[in-house]
Design a protein around this ligand. Structure first.
Ligand SMILES: Nc1ncnc2c1ncn2[C@@H]1O[C@H](COP(=O)(O)OP(=O)(O)O)[C@@H](O)[C@H]1O
Ligand SMILES: [Mg+2]
Length: 231
């Protein structure tokens, strides 16, 4: 009973605001993020986008899912990939089974059509993590990953990758090198300045194209309890 309650709470906490309250101020902020992404590299094909942050709990997964939804709401064909192979959460968020997922694909046991799931939102498909591997960084850096990205680029207008924190493991660095753009999520009041600088440095060392940041959890006066800045 206790576990069930705990699980339900987890689902409740992960409701996607852009889906359940598209007219809210928060959803409007996510649309602003979308607009800024659309205008960030006007002459380039920005199709693969990585969400990361310096440490855990800053809102990477929440931001990635909501931004993915706003792109789908714009009429784009969107794929959200849970590439946090260490602490995956997208299967909770979308109430799907975790397997099969990207790890099944990268280890060569499944093909792409077998791991793509309907998200329940029009225009948005999902690839969950799958069984947690012992070698996440190797899998993400593999030629199977390159082939996967090449293949999905042909199918989707926008592909959004969630990832682990940049400071603790090399996964985000590896992925950012393979993506057209990287977004650094910063939790207001939580992320230390030096962590942000360090995360930026290590991502840039792997030739990441950091196109912007999202300031999450910023408390505004009265009506605005959540605010995001992108730029
Ligand atoms: N702006 C916010 N306001 C309230 N809760 C938030 C906000 N951003 C994230 N959360 C919650 O904080 C927790 C951690 O967020 P998450 O996106 O999973 O972080 P990360 O992926 O960076 O570890 C989740 O339970 C999420 O629902
Ligand atoms: Mg996460």
């Amino acid at each position: 009973m206790f576990n069930k309650k705990k699980k339900l709470k987890q689902f409740a906490a992960r409701k996607l605001v852009t889906n359940v309250s598209p007219r809210s101020i928060i959803s409007e902020q996510f649309r602003t993020v979308r607009t800024n992404i659309n205008f960030s590299l006007p002459n380039k094909d920005l199709r693969t986008l990585l969400f990361t942050s310096s440490s855990i709990g800053e809102g990477k997964s929440t931001s990635a899912a909501n931004v993915a939804i706003t792109f789908a709401q714009e009429g784009k064909k969107v794929l959200l990939v849970d590439a946090d192979l260490r602490k995956p959460t997208m299967h909770y968020t979308f109430e799907k089974s975790n397997s099969p997922g990207i790890t099944n694909l990268l280890t060569g046991h499944w093909n792409i059509n077998e791991v793509i799931k309907e998200s329940g939102i029009i225009g948005l498909h999902l690839i969950t993590c799958g069984p947690i591997p012992s070698n996440p960084a190797e899998l993400l850096g593999s030629s199977s990953m390159d082939n996967f990205i090449k293949e999905i680029r042909e199918i989707y207008d926008m592909i959004i990758f969630d990832s682990p924190p940049a400071l603790s493991v090399s996964d985000a660095q590896i992925l950012s090198n393979k993506c057209d753009g990287t977004i650094l999520v910063i939790s207001s009041g939580l992320t230390e300045k030096k962590s942000i600088v360090k995360a930026k440095e290590i991502l840039e060392a792997s030739k990441a194209n950091i196109i912007g940041t999202i300031l999450n959890n910023y408390k505004l006066e009265k009506d605005h309890y959540y605010y995001q800045y992108y730029g």
